[in-house]
Every structure is written in C-alpha cells, then in structure tokens.
Write a protein of this length. Sequence first.
Length: 346
Amino acid sequence: MKKPSIRAIEVVFGLLLLILLYFTFRDLSLANVWAVLKRMDPLQVMGLLVLNGGIALLLASRWWIILRGLGQHIPYGRVAEFRLIGATVSQLTPGPQFGGEPTQVHLLVQDGVPLPKAIASVTLEKTLELFTNFGFLILGTLFILSQGIFGPLLGWTAPLLTLLLLFIPSGVLILLWRGGHPISRGLARVGTVLPSTWQKWMHLWLISAINSAEEEIYHLIRRRPLALIAALGASTINWLIVMGEYWLVTQILHMNLSFVEVIALLVAARLAFLLPMPGGLGTLEASQVFTLILLGQDPAVGIGLSLLMRTRDLALIVAGIYLAWRNGWFRRPRAQTQRSDLKIGD
C-alpha cells in the first residue's frame, strides 16, 4: 500500500487551515476588530513583551532543577538560553508543540553534558511538562463545567478526554519509577516496521542512548526524589505565572471577564496548541473566537487576544533565532570562510 507523501499531508493540513480560518472570520466585522485593536496601549504592549522575557527565563527553572539532580551544574542563564532555542524550534515545527527536544539535547551535549544525561533531562522535563499541562486542563475543564457557563454543551467529554491524556505522562513516570524502559521499548516496537538499515541504526545508537537515559531518570527518582518534587513545584509556579500573564492580556484589551471566563479562554488556547498545526496556527484564533461566542462576548476581542499572543510568540521566536545564531547556527565555520576568501582572492 502506497504511503501518503509529505507533500500530500501538507496540502491536507493547508486545506484544513483555510477551512478553519474561513469559519473563524466569516462573521467577524472588520470595524469591530479594529475597534478592539485601538483599545491597546502601545506602552502596555511593550511592558507585556518585557514581562514575557522574564517569564521565559522563569520557565527554565524545572529543567535546571532536573539537570542539577542529575549532577549537571549548568549555569541557569545557559539552561534558559537552550530552552528558548528549543521552544523556537517547536513553534516552527508542524505538530503539537514538539520538535525542539532533539535541539535541546544537542545543545547540552555541545556544552559538555554526557548524552545519556542530556536525553534523560529533556525526557523527564517534557514528561513533567505534559503531566502538569494535562493536569491543568483536567482541573480547568472540571472547574468550568462545575460553574455551568457552557450549560450542558460539553457534558463530561472534555474532562474525560484530558484525563485520558493525563494517563500518558503519568504512566511513563510510574514505569520509570519502577525501573521500566517504556520509551526505548516503544521505539523498538516502532522500529520493527522500518527498513532494516534504520532498525540497525536505531538499536545501535538511539535506543541504547535512550535506554541509558531511562536508567539515569530511574536513579534520579529513587535517589533524589526531592529534585523531582522541586521540579513539580516549579511546574505549578510556572502555571500560576502563565495564568497571571493571560489575565494581564485580557486587562490590556479592557475585557470585563470573570475568573471562570478567563480560565475557559486559557483552557481553549492550550487545547489549540495541542492540535497538529505549527504554533497553533489558525487553531488558536478559532479557539478564542468560538469560546467568546459561547460566553456571549464580542468575538472580535478573540482576534485581539490572538494578536497579542502572536506578538509575544514572535518576539520570543526572534530572540530564540538570535540565540541560535550566537551558538553558531546559520554561520559557516571560520576555516571554511577563510578557504572561500582565499579562493576568491586567487
């Protein structure tokens, strides 16, 4: 059976995006959208961008704690730099906020961290991130439904779905705590459908490295459980910061929302980023517009919310690209440049 080409998949996602954008914008008045945008104070927007720079630094705390638990004392600023570069790659990669993890591993190895410990730190950091993200989505949806702001529209499908999603990272954590190797064994099973040359490469390098990383995570959880608890505590603090930042965005737009309505919009935004679109393109805008319609609010404000979040993300992407350039990306090695100059001179 012929497999669909990457080009065909891109066309399908492109068509889905166009359909989504059509239903998002078809009933919006441009005059209303412009009226919403005029509410924003440029100084407040600049302040929000500066604040987000500080938040990006704070979000590295969980990974820094894990690295220290693994015995890798990397300066905090360096860890924050690597995490921002990885987040930039994830933003630009088609998929639900994944893609930057190999970049983070590569940057750590370049900085002298052994490969198994680098993989272990990134794997555990991402697992805890998913655990807390899905945990927030469960608590958020349960809180929203308990307040009845959507009536019987969603029923119990949303919390059940997020509860199922929570089983993935929590199951991985439990297996790692018991000394299992869920990730390497899962990859080995996936490898059975790949060509024999790929299987050999996976077993010789990738699976063996991840197997060693799982051993590192097991020892960390067993021998230094306080590091894991501290990382979970950092995750909780990070979520409180994200909630505060989102509330601030609604204040910049002069939105008169209750606490439960802010949580509803934030849950919708986080769910949008889980869908397979790079940076939640289209899905974020649709989530904000449709949620405001359900709340009986002006849907044009959803475009203002999305625009502010896009401005924030764009600023962080620019910062991440600059940091990647500073770490040697996009630049030819000096020796290669000198050879090119000599060839031109001849």
